[in-house]
Design a protein around this ligand. Structure first.
Ligand code: S3P
Length: 429
């Protein structure tokens, strides 16, 4: 499929973005492990979350509803999962395969999980090695580095893990395995990654403790079913934050967005660049902070430097941040972001190639990007590389490019943001 975007002089209106994808995965997984019905409001309809739901159904969990984002998970207790009859399919979703590899490590059964061509290229050793150290038996291509993964779970020993990279997927897999391990499991990260698993485990009644960058759980606790409201996904809101910051006459309100501090690096970065973004109606939902985000265009942006602990806080937003940087005065330098090479596409490369195609000045670094602005963008035919966030970042670039920007492979947008195009269209006066 193709998406064609025309330049916009103004963007006006209010919108809601889908429920947070990361939180949605965790809500259905923990709901499946609790004994009794967990009700979830605002569950994301994204393709990635559907992958997790289908895997859980294949383990004997009933997940019903869907209208208006209201879903009921009939949890069968910590020991209630059944051995799947067939190979499980994680599709494009790294969160599905890595979190479930952790969960399956604690189950007394055989499970094989695979994914699409992009997922089968992504590194799994980072989750396989520490799970094997806990006592799980996991087999995969390339010595356990690549999916398909076959997991023979069983008797796990609580282990102290030190992660070489900040990864919420790896941390979450180890904490899920830790629910089934003897004694304590701890995970120490080099920088704090998103902490939704920790928050949600606590909401389901599991004692979780944290000391700085170290988080721990004790094996053996039963989970209690919950009523959960999923906030809007700040990673989806990010496309409209950048659109609002670079389209001169923009004024956009995005309602009910999750503003967990481990996720709001994009707001901080855009504000540092000079964008006018305010938070209103701040509240809490399901253990997570939520706010309306209001962005007003017409302010000159400045290039900034980013690295270190800031990176995990905006890791998924770097493609669209790069679009903002093309419109800023001076250079924006993003470092310590080598992780982008192993996302749904090699995002350092795909961002650089596609933004250059539109006329931007972008240098691909070993661990990041250097973007010099302001650049006059000119619409062209672009490619998503099967990567939802690349497709949407290019659509935002198209709003400030002369002429038409056409993005092929736009169907991948549904992986995280079904309805993106309609949201964008509604803002054009
Ligand atoms: C996610 C964690 C991040 C992020 C991904 C979702 C999660 O990945 O990029 O989109 O839901 O835990 P890593 O754990 O690989 O950093």
């Amino acid at each position: 499929m193709e998406l064609t975007v025309s330049p916009a002089a103004s963007l006006r209106g209010s919108l809601r973005v889908p429920g947070d994808k990361s939180i949605s995965h965790r809500a259905v997984i923990l709901g499946a492990l609790a004994r009794g019905e967990t009700r979830i409001y605002g569950l994301s309809r994204a393709g990635d979350v559907r992958s997790t739901v289908e895997c859980l159904r294949a383990l004997g969990i009933s997940i019903t509803g869907g209208e208006g984002g209201k879903v009921t998970v009939a949890g069968r207790g910590r020991q209630g999962l059944q051995e799947p009859e067939d190979v499980l399919e994680a599709g494009n979703s790294g969160t599905t395969i890595r979190l479930l590899a952790g969960l399956f490590s604690g189950q007394p059964f055989y499970a094989t999980i695979t994914g699409d061509a992009s997922l089968r290229r992504r590194p799994m050793g980072r989750v396989v090695r520490p799970l094997v150290a806990m006592g799980s038996r996991i087999f995969g291509r390339g010595g356990g580095e690549l999916a398909p993964l076959t997991i023979l779970g069983g008797d796990l020993a609580g282990t102290e893990h030190e992660l070489p990279v900040a990864s919420a997927q790896v941390k979450s897999a180890l904490l899920l395995a830790g629910l089934y391990a003897r004694g304590q499991t701890t995970v120490t990260e080099p920088y704090l990654s998103r902490d939704h698993t920790e928050r949600m485990l606590a909401a389901f009644g599991v004692p979780v403790w944290r000391s700085g960058l170290k988080v721990g759980v004790e094996g053996g606790t039963e989970l209690e079913p919950q009523e959960l409201t999923i906030p809007g996904d700040v990673s989806s809101a990010a496309f409209f934050l950048v659109a609002g910051a670079i389209v001169p006459e923009a004024k956009i309100r995005i309602e009910g967005v999750g503003v967990n501090p481990t996720r709001t690096g994009i707001i901080d970065a855009l504000q540092r660049m000079g964008a006018d973004i305010t938070l209103e109606n701040e509240t809490m939902a399901g253990g997570e902070p939520v706010a309306d985000l209001v962005v007003r265009g017409g302010h000159r942006l400045q290039g900034i430097s980013l690295g270190g602990a800031q990176i995990p806080r905006l890791i998924d937003e770097i493609p669209v941040l790069a679009v903002a940087a093309t419109q800023a005065d001076g250079e924006t330098v993003i470092q310590d972001a080598a992780e982008l090479k192993v996302k749904e596409s090699n995002r350092l490369h795909t961002v650089a190639v596609e933004l250059e195609r539109l006329g931007a000045e972008v240098r691909e670094l070993d661990d990041g990007l250097a973007i010099r602005g302001p650049a006059r963008l000119v619409g062209a035919r672009c490619e998503s590389y099967g990567d939802h966030r690349i497709a949407m970042a290019l659509a935002v670039a198209g709003l400030v490019a002369e002429g038409l920007t056409t993005i092929s492979g736009s169907e991948y947008i549904d992986i995280s943001f079904p309805g993106f195009q309609e949201c964008l269209q509604r803002l054009v006066p």
